[in-house]
Write a protein that binds this ligand. Structure first.
Ligand code: UT7
Length: 331
């Protein structure tokens, strides 16, 4: 029997750099309420959102992602030519194909990189981190650029009071590479495709452009809320156990920024000690789907609430329904 060669594995992987892009335009709750029967107080109380950012015409998934990626490369101290793979987690790139990743790789000058998009909605960044971790340790790639980028304002129905105030735009990127000690814990992930209709976008953006029928995101908010509150705490606990850490080792908790009440419930479920910083980027960024975890991590790092080498617990969850959780060291 023929035995095939495999790449030479490396022992450890970790996050080497982080960068984000926040769109220019700030949109207040009052502005959102011009189109829906709601008010600033209700939106703050029920979701935690004070304001969010909507991308302008010249701020696309690709441009926002490219900007975030440049900052992540600088933060990691590597060049675009050193990248072996670009993974983009997004559900709002304007084409079904070609991928956003191929366009971003070209824009960056990542001439040696393979490029692909991944579709895991609001869990996309944590899914991507699990994939990148495995590819680095298996020796398939030396440096991977992982980006979560969304322009959800293009697919939100601003007359739907269940979603209009929630979703927003932005991008966050990390560089994943080999490290001297393991910096990314095992990814605990899963999918429940029986709940396809809980969050769904129809039609896809390409068809929308061709037919003039806009893509619209619809969500059964209460069902998603119940699922997240009921199951994400256990996923987080499993991610910590798999990595061999406890809540006492954490510096911060960075859940997908879906709703502050979901975050509160998870904090309670996990019984997080007071020293653990809780990401509340939703207050100023809204729910940016695949971009929300890196955006929230960046906010904590910018504010000095976490520093390089600190341990954070991350969890992403959303349309599919899918979820992924892991712990990781801050770059
Ligand atoms: O990112 C992917 C994952 N997504 C999520 O995790 C989102 C999960 N879901 C949620 O965050 C919440 O379900 C929402 C924030 C979307 C909605 O909050 P809720 O507390 O679940 O609202 P609800 O749909 O249960 O509605 C409660 C009440 C209703 O009034 P009654 O029947 O109690 O009189 C609604 O009519 O609030 C009313 N309502 C509103 N009132 C003012 C619903 N939307 C609004 C609104 N403004 N925008």
């Amino acid at each position: 029997m023929i035995t095939l060669n495999t790449p030479t594995p490396v022992a450890h992987s970790g996050i080497l750099g982080l960068g984000v892009y926040r769109p220019e335009r700030i949109v207040t709750n009052d502005e959102i309420c011009l189109r829906i029967d709601s008010n600033d107080e209700w939106i703050r109380e029920r979701s935690g959102i004070i304001e969010r950012r909507h991308a302008g015409a010249d701020e696309t998934v690709v441009s926002m992602a490219t900007s975030a990626a440049r900052k992540a490369l600088t933060d990691a101290g590597i060049t675009a030519e050193q990248l072996d793979l670009v993974i983009v987690a997004t559900v709002t790139h304007r084409y079904q194909t070609p991928s956003a990743a191929a366009e971003i790789a070209a824009a960056l000058g990542a001439v040696n990189a393979a490029a692909t998009d991944t579709s895991a909605a609001c869990a996309g960044f944590c899914y991507g981190l699990g994939i990148a971790d495995g590819m680095i340790r298996s020796g398939v790639a030396k440096y991977i650029l992982l980006i979560g980028a969304e322009k959800l304002s293009e697919i939100v129905d601003f007359d739907d009071r269940g979603t209009a105030f929630l979703f927003a735009d932005g991008a966050g990127a990390v560089i994943v590479g080999a490290t001297t000690a393991q910096g990314i814990g095992p990814t605990i992930w899963g999918a429940d495709g029986t709940q396809l209709d809980a969050i769904i976008m129809e039609p896809d953006t390409y068809t929308a452009e061709k037919t003039g029928t806009p893509s619209v995101l619809t969500m059964q908010g209460q069902a998603v809320f119940r699922w997240a509150v009921g199951q994400m705490g256990d996923a987080c606990a499993k991610a910590m156990a798999a990595a061999g850490v406890t809540v006492n080792d954490l510096a911060a908790f960075v859940p997908h920024q879906a709703n502050n009440r979901i975050t509160d419930s998870l904090v309670k479920h996990l019984d997080l000690p007071d020293h653990v910083a809780i990401a509340r980027d939703i207050q100023y960024s809204g729910n940016t789907s695949a971009a929300s975890v890196p955006l929230a991590l960046d906010r904590l790092r910018e504010n000095g609430e976490v520093k390089s080498g600190d341990l954070v617990l991350m969890v992403g969850f959303g349309a599919g329904l899918v979820h992924a959780a892991q712990v990781a060291l801050v770059p």
